[in-house]
Write a protein that binds this ligand. Structure first.
Ligand SMILES: [Zn+2]
Length: 266
């Protein structure tokens, strides 16, 4: 029975996001949330995936690779590692192309030390691109990114677009960079992580919604779910994602790493 391909993705941010949002957020208690992700959440997620024989793609900042090497080695032994910046700085926050390039290159070096090879895939911190990001990813020979939203479930080639504020939008030409699209509607962080103005959603509703989205996705969909070990790594939440996995498997879904999906488009 034709059914969507599901990509379970984990953005293993750990401590890194608290360092670059603004200085006031870099506090011991905020960092402890990342520590939970690194020391408890990620091992729980690894056990969950192992028990169910599930492939997954982990987008890991170089900061996490360098700070939590043991658990990152366990992740790399079992799953695809994608790039997620070194410092988890949102790309449009960089003051120059060179500063963004330096951070991406530092992230590649961390992953190469971990896996022995450069990552094929990239996910931008905060799902944000600067005006230079796509160009840099092409220059650095990334095969794919999983950060954009121009389609719901269908991979596409990122366009070199321009949007002058005083003239028409120009979608430009397709680049060589494949986008395996994401959606805020399939991300655990906005509804389930307390971030001042968000969080405290009725939790079952989130997983019910993911199930409904899956049930309405076309058979040839690539259904990307984005999760964070510090958010999803609690046992009660893993049980809920486990029920989603069982539901998708019963419907005939195949689970794949994002890189495996991207290879089909070579
Ligand atoms: Zn992230």
């Amino acid at each position: 029975m034709p059914a969507p391909t599901v990509c379970l993705t984990f953005d293993f941010d750990a401590v890194s996001p608290w360092l670059h949002i603004d200085e006031s957020r870099n506090t011991p208690t905020n960092r402890s949330r990342g520590l939970y992700g690194g020391e408890v959440g990620a091992p729980n997620v690894l056990a969950f995936l192992d028990e169910r024989d599930l492939p997954a793609t982990w987008f890991v900042p170089g900061h996490t690779v360098d700070s939590f090497p043991d658990v990152c080695e366990r992740v790399a032994d079992a799953h695809e590692i994608g790039h997620h910046g070194w410092s988890h700085t949102p790309p449009s926050d960089y003051e120059s192309r060179d500063a963004e390039l330096a951070d991406i290159e530092r992230g590649i070096e961390s992953i190469e030390r971990l896996t022995g090879t450069a990552p094929a895939g990239y996910r931008s911190p905060s799902w944000d691109y600067s005006e230079h990001t796509v160009d840099l990813l092409c220059e650095l020979d990334f095969d794919y990114s999983s950060s954009g939203m121009a389609r719901e479930f269908e991979p596409y080639y990122v366009r070199d677009d321009t949007a002058p504020p005083d003239d028409r939008y120009d979608p430009g030409e397709a680049t060589d960079l494949l986008e395996v699209p994401v959606s805020w509607a399939r991300d655990d962080y906005p509804p389930l992580a307390f971030a001042s103005e968000r969080g405290y959603t009725a939790e079952n509703a989130v997983f019910d919604d993911w199930r409904a989205q899956f049930d309405h996705a076309p058979a040839d969909s690539v259904f990307v779910v984005t999760m964070h070990p510090q958010v999803i790594g609690r046992p009660d939440r893993l049980a809920k994602i486990g029920a989603f996995v069982e539901h998708a498997r019963a419907a005939g879904a195949t689970f794949r790493e994002v890189g495996t999906v991207a290879e089909r488009y070579d």
